[in-house]
Write a protein of this length. Structure first.
Length: 297
């Protein structure tokens, strides 16, 4: 009975969104996107699209999303939004991070990406424009992927912090006490495989078109680069996502090493009480700010 109720609720929600979508103006980017997509299908094989297309989407998205945070370090005005203001970025750390990223991207992630074509063939996942899901279906699927990845990340990340394991694998990622955006995928190769598995589980569950692979890559990179950015910028649109953890939440994890293990949402840490030190830290900071304001007045 409960299952039927859930199905009815989801069907009603889908119809409601579809009804609202019918009143929205036409997307001016849709036709150019359609033309580009069909051009890609006409000129490249499925293997090329799945392999080199996926690599291109990942690399371009990753480094473009890192650009704002990289530029912030040169803008004095933005320093008031830096969370750990006493730990500025250095060229040495950023160069070291960049070299490790290139190794991980091309020697760890690329071999995995090479399996994308065989995955889509095995599950008969379409590439065509006509089979592409509507935007709101993609959004819902990406959210579902994020929920699954977040659960995987919380428990495996917490395990990697176990004292018998930490120094062998996860310690690499924690070389930077004050994180910056490019450091999001700076990790031991084994960690890339272990935590990266959570990314693919949602794809297996939800994927009904190759575009979801790319949409989910972009969403996941947007989230992980944001939480590693080191800057808590106001009017961040990601803060509109329910239960979104954000940069301040994850920055504390790098500063404190204990707690705040989830990647995207706050509910697992809240449920298991692993955000208690973060909450205590926030209360302490609020009291300091109140005392400072009183002295200033």
């Amino acid at each position: 009975m409960a299952m039927n109720d859930s199905v009815n609720i989801l069907s009603s929600a889908y119809l409601a969104v579809e009804y609202i979508d019918s009143f929205l103006p036409d997307n001016p980017l849709q036709q150019p996107f359609k033309n580009a997509w069909n051009y890609m299908l006409d000129n490249y094989t499925k293997f090329q699209i799945a392999t080199w297309g996926s690599l291109l989407v990942h690399e371009v998205s990753y480094f473009l999303l890192c650009v704002p945070g990289f530029i912030f370090q040169f803008i004095p005005y933005m320093q008031k939004y830096k969370i750990q203001q006493d730990k500025p970025e250095t060229w040495e750390k950023q160069w070291k991070c960049f070299k490790t990223l290139l190794f991980n991207h091309f020697f760890i992630q690329l071999p995995l990406i090479c399996g994308t074509y065989y995955f889509t063939e095995y599950f008969n996942i379409p590439y065509g424009w006509e089979e592409m899901p509507r935007w709101y279906v993609l959004v819902a699927q990406c959210f579902g992927c994020a929920v699954i990845e977040d659960a995987w990340h919380y428990f495996l990340h917490r395990l990697l912090h176990h004292k018998r394991i930490y120094k062998y694998i996860h310690k690499v990622h924690h070389e930077f006490v004050s994180p910056f955006g490019m450091q999001a995928e700076y990790a031991h190769p084994l960690e890339t495989l272990i935590l990266g598995t959570g990314f693919f589980i949602g794809i297996v569950v939800f994927c009904n078109h190759v575009v979801l692979l790319w949409a989910w890559v972009i969403c996941r990179l947007m989230e992980t680069i944001d939480v590693h950015s080191g800057y808590d910028v106001p009017l961040n649109p990601l803060h509109l996502v329910p239960f979104y953890a954000g940069a301040r939440f994850h920055d504390f994890h790098h500063m404190n090493f204990i707690g705040n293990y989830a990647s995207t949402f706050t509910w697992w840490d809240r449920l298991f009480g692993t955000d208690s030190q973060f909450i205590a830290y926030q209360e302490k900071e609020k009291k300091k700010q109140c005392i400072t304001k009183k002295k200033a007045n």
